[in-house]
Design a protein around this ligand. Structure first.
Ligand SMILES: [Zn+2]
Length: 634
């Protein structure tokens, strides 16, 4: 998950090394602290209880009992390891590091002499059965997660144990797959992006070559798919370079595109970027929920048709939001186009963050935009891909904040943080820049950046003005230097900086109403409330007594008011809207009636909206993001 474009030839911007962005307070620091204190411990316990660790013990010739869980149980261990390793870079907690070392020792013990590791195959199958069911058995997928964990662990701790295990396994895979060898490709992409990262960490060209080989292996129509999806379920229906639509299993599609973007960052092959841009357009202009969630259908955990975006029966798997963020981050690094940072932010604050409870130990796999009630977060899943994925994403958040290049520092996401960047040419002399960023974002739009250290050369500070922001102003040492309508780009300041210089950015954060394309049938005539990067929802329990969320609508020209609520949901800004509640009593249990009947009466009500990410943290009452407008009731 951790990308390093420090040496990537085709990156517009360089990522900052692990540990060089430290969250120091506020919204995300708090999430990271809960991730460390609660989620990572919880995850370790659940990997024990669910059998993941015992499966590896069995593979190592120890342990008791039988293999438990689906074929990809090892990947949950690797994702947890990656999360814990990344967190060690944030705060080197010896107790957590001891757990990490213990799990690494277990993985090393399970590794076979030729480098192979997959507890399901080692316990259940014979050696000659390896690599015989690439469509569905996830051996390469699990390997990819091992590689990602190993790179993260090496970067965070400097220790090589897991990296050595990973390279041994990568060598094993490279010995099996490639031109003139096994011609297969993984049914679930993931190893592509992981091999590119392993290449970045080790400099081994064959890992990059193998990643490209697997990308080239798709589109031959060989994979069996799932149900009526056929090969499209695995994105095997068309070669990657010819693809123009995101289809099939959403997480598979989005891990694939993230991996293709990684390949582009190293190879610069234009045909790959052309395909990525087509796919990104299809994903974000036709198949993305307002929350930055992806996957309209439960069946096949899949994308639906263009504009098929139901609120209630959508899938929006937490892993799909994470995969989309990974893809957008790589697209941003490749192009410098702020649309990718905007889209990443949409998933981050909404469709991703809704995947974990405020207390950090209950999770959503599916993230609908409407619930009729009865939906609660379990503390783990039999198919537990999402919880450890959430953990690694939160541990990694600093990585998404800022980048550098030969001219300066770019800030993409706002959070209280210390940012250390080496500005200048990648290969030669650089000057160290240290920035202190302070903000109450996303609750407030003011961001203060103090230059704590700087070199003797001038450089450029670039600050993203989010696409949702219609008015922004920029201040330098107390003097306004720019202000006005925003065009959703980067505001840049180039100068000879001095320690103590202060830049302040003020992003207007008024609540706003958002409409969907008229072709989104499921929510036609409805509007959603947003404020800054946050999508809002109505939860049943916040509404006036007796108001059913199925009956509410927004009043014409509804006024929206933002209110800080210290004691609600850990402290949130709520949005109060003028609304109406229909009096459906005169329908007298009729489901249908002549359209000529008198309009349904409605009474005025105040609607209270809370940030979508925080829903289902109190009760399992009804919830909705999209609210019909008045005309929807007649
Ligand atoms: Zn998942």
């Amino acid at each position: 998950m951790y990308v390093s474009t420090a040496k990537s030839l085709h990156a517009r911007w360089r990522t900052l090394p692990v540990g060089k962005v430290t969250l120091t307070g506020g919204f995300w620091r708090e999430k990271q602290a809960i991730n460390r204190r609660v989620s990572l411990r919880h995850g370790y316990r659940m990997l024990g209880q669910s059998g993941n660790l015992n499966n590896l013990r069995l593979a190592a010739g120890a342990g008791e009992g039988a293999y438990r869980g689906p074929v990809f149980m090892d990947s949950d261990v690797y994702k947890w390891l990656e999360a814990a390793s990344l967190d060690l870079a944030n705060d080197r907690d010896p107790e957590l590091e001891a757990l990490v070392d213990e799990v690494i020792a277990l993985i090393a013990a399970a590794q076979q002499p030729d480098g192979y590791i997959n507890s399901y195959y080692q316990v259940h199958k014979q050696p000659e059965e390896r690599w015989t069911n690439l469509d569905h058995d996830h051996e390469l997928y699990c390997a990819g997660h091992l590689f990602e964990a190993a790179v993260a662990h090496h970067r965070a701790t400097g220790k090589r144990e897991l990296l050595d295990v990973a390279c041994h396994f990568a060598g094993c895979i490279d010995g099996v797959f490639g031109p003139g060898k096994h011609d297969g490709a993984p049914g679930h992409p993931e190893i592509e992006l992981a091999l590119v990262e392993l290449y970045r960490e080790t400099g081994e060209q064959r890992y990059l070559d193998l990643a490209v080989f697997f990308i080239d292996g798709r589109g031959k129509g060989r994979m069996r798919g799932y149900g009526r999806w056929g090969a499209a379920y695995h994105q095997d229906h068309v070669p990657v370079r010819q693809a123009s639509e995101v289809v099939g299993h959403a997480v598979r599609q989005l891990y694939l595109t993230a991996g293709v973007a990684d390949a582009y960052l190293e190879t610069g092959e234009q045909a790959l970027m052309d395909a990525l841009e087509r796919l990104w357009h299809d994903a974000t202009a036709r198949k993305m929920h307002l929350t930055g969630g992806y996957g309209a259908r439960h069946e096949g955990e899949a994308f639906g048709h263009a504009y098929e975006l139901p609120s209630d029966e959508c899938y929006c798997e937490t892993c799909a939001a994470i995969a989309a963020m990974m893809w957008n981050w790589r697209m941003l690094l490749a192009t410098g186009d702020p649309r990718y940072a905007d889209t990443l932010e949409r998933s981050l604050y909404n469709g991703f963050l809704s995947g974990v409870s405020l207390d950090g130990q209950r999770y959503f796999y599916v993230n609908p935009l409407q619930s009729r009630g009865g939906i609660a977060r379990p503390e783990w899943y039999g198919c537990a891909c999402c919880p450890p994925n959430v953990m690694r994403q939160i541990a990694l958040l600093g990585n998404y904040m800022a980048t550098t290049d030969e001219t300066g520092v770019q800030v993409h996401q706002y959070a209280s943080a210390t940012i250390e960047a080496a500005v200048g040419d990648a290969e030669t002399a650089r000057s160290l820049v240290v920035l202190q960023m302070e903000t109450r974002y996303p609750w407030e739009g003011r961001v203060k950046i103090t230059v704590a250290e700087t070199g003797a050369e001038p450089w450029t500070l670039a600050l993203r003005i989010p696409g949702w922001c219609k008015y922004a102003s920029l201040w330098l040492n107390g003097d306004i230097i720019a202000g006005g309508a925003s065009d959703g780009t980067y505001a840049s300041l180039t100068r000879m900086w001095q320690p103590g210089d202060v830049v302040e950015l003020d992003l207007a954060l008024s609540p706003r109403l958002t409409a969907a394309h008229p072709r989104v049938d499921a929510i036609r005539g409805s509007l959603a409330i947003e404020r800054g990067p946050l999508v809002y929802c109505l939860e049943e329990e916040d509404q006036q007594p007796g108001v059913d969320l199925l009956d509410v609508c927004l009043a014409p020209n509804a006024e929206l008011e933002a209110v800080w609520q210290e004691d609600l949901l850990g402290g949130v800004v709520t949005v109060v809207a003028d609304g109406q509640a229909a009096d459906v009593g005169d329908w007298e249990e009729q489901l249908y009636r002549p359209a000529s009947a008198p309009e349904t009466d409605a009474r005025p009500v105040k609607l209270i909206a809370v940030p979508y990410y925080a829903w289902a943290n109190r009760t399992s009452g009804a919830m909705r993001v999209w609210i019909p407008t008045h005309s929807g009731l007649t």
